[in-house]
Design a protein around this ligand. Structure first.
Ligand code: S3P
Length: 168
């Protein structure tokens, strides 16, 4: 099967955005980030959308956004950590799971990045959320990459997989 787009999934702070940017550059594809598209369209930050309109409203925006973005082809798309839990990712997307342990994620994430994420404020709740979600991430993925390695190393692993499989 040849896919239209590469969709990166994984827990908050696993590196989807920075990995996506770099992968897109290497593959000569466009990069898009679902959270950034939503923020631009709503003219509001994700944490303000959560605060002002609630999580359910945000989840609706995510579904609409991924449906619209996947009308186009040849993109690397980074999703928010909850998107594959609450939304269906359209077919013909090559779904890559950035599979990092919870501790690795926390260590990688600077405080200012953590502050932007409403669901990461309470560490024990975030850990419980992580444990609840990992099975869904693994089930949804066409390919899971061990993201406990350094970021440049696992970007190479994804890149090689895509070239070897000739999927895009
Ligand atoms: C969320 C992840 C965030 C953002 C929102 C909710 C989640 O994106 O969409 O704060 O439910 O996991 P990142 O995965 O880019 O942090």
């Amino acid at each position: 099967m040849v896919y239209d787009n590469i969709v990166l999934i994984g827990f908050m702070g696993s590196g989807k955005t920075s990995v996506g940017k770099s992968l897109a550059r290497k593959l000569y594809k466009n990069f898009v980030d679902v959270d950034s598209v939503i923020e631009a369209e709503q003219n509001s930050s994700v944490s303000d959308i959560f605060k002002d309109k609630g999580e359910a409203y945000f989840r609706g925006l995510e579904q609409k956004c991924i449906n619209e973005l996947t009308q186009n082809k040849g993109q690397v798309i980074a999703t928010g950590g909850g998107l594959p839990i609450f939304s269906a990712i359209p077919e013909k997307s090559l779904i890559v799971y950035i599979d990092a342990d919870f501790d690795v994620i926390l260590n990688r994430l600077p405080a200012r990045e953590r502050a932007k994420r409403p669901l990461l404020q309470d560490e024990s709740r975030a850990k419980a959320l992580f444990n609840e979600r990992i099975n869904t991430y693994r089930e949804q993925a066409n390919f899971s990459v061990d993201a406990n390695q350094s970021i440049p190393t696992f970007i190479h692993v994804i890149f090689d997989y895509i070239l070897d499989q000739r999927v895009l």
